[in-house]
Design a protein around this ligand. Sequence first.
Ligand SMILES: NC(=O)CC[C@H](N)C(=O)O
Length: 331
Amino acid sequence: GTAQPAIKVLATGGTIAGTGESAGSGAYTSARLPIDALLDAVPEAKKLARLSGEQVVQLGSQAMTPEVWLKIARRANELLASPEVDGLVITHGTDTLEETAYFLNLTLRSDKPVVLVGAMRPSTAISADGPANLYEAITLAASPQAAGKGVLVAMNDQVLDARGVTKTSTTSVATFRSPNEGPLGSVANGKVELMRTVLRTHTRTSTFDVAKLDSLPRVEIVYGYAGDNSAQIDAAVKSGAAGIVFAGVGNGNFNPAVEKALAEARQKGVAVVRSSRAGSGRVTLDGEVDDAKYGFVVADDLNPQKARVLLMLALTQTQDPQALQKLFFTY
Ligand SMILES: NC(=O)CC[C@H](N)C(=O)O
């Protein structure tokens, strides 16, 4: 028959590689098991693909950095360019998985399947979810259906897209959701069922090139609230940030003190993107804020942490607000 696809599993740490002292307690340390131990926990996966593993980093994803994103992206691009590799699975801590997924969605130059996966319970827990999730991620990466769909996330039987997915619960195994558009489909019992695709630009047709980057412009996220003042914005500007994502209230709104501080940030050349703390919905140009007056950019339906990822990459191409806005409606 046809040769099995060759799937490379890149391991970066997280709870999926975590171990605890006892099966019933919640206390554990993430990022302990090496890649070989993760693969040994799913011997069935060898029937789906020719598997090989590689440990890229080993960390809890709360310690993830833009430098590590660049490292993962460069290695992934190398592997994807090789005829020996048909698809990638990347194991990752769940805390910032959505940011790495979106970064890779914007920077990997390939139509081959790329699937991120994690776990909410450590490997030693009763009913650990890691092995099942990893099996599903390998199933998805080995499926021709996953090709050309952008970077995907396989968790808890669902297939989610890198752009839409976010962690919504601190502890539930059903933590990953796509609040605006829902999952792309399901992967369960060795079967992939994709129901829709994402139309925004990603992977092979993206114009962001990490091969030429050693670092990324620094972008701060500032959170809005009732009684907000300008302190965080002033601090971000003073620290030399190239951009600020404002996680505004409602439709990316803010009070007059914040408006004044953001206007001053713009005058100093800092890019300002309005996102929302609401958790779903879009931030629109036709709301209560006069974006054109200040050169503010709206994040559309990207949450603040995703808007930061896109702004960091976008600022490597342009600082012009209209050009930035175009990128936020493209990716
Ligand atoms: N469930 C998890 O993966 C959380 C573990 C750890 N905080 C991480 O994000 O890597």
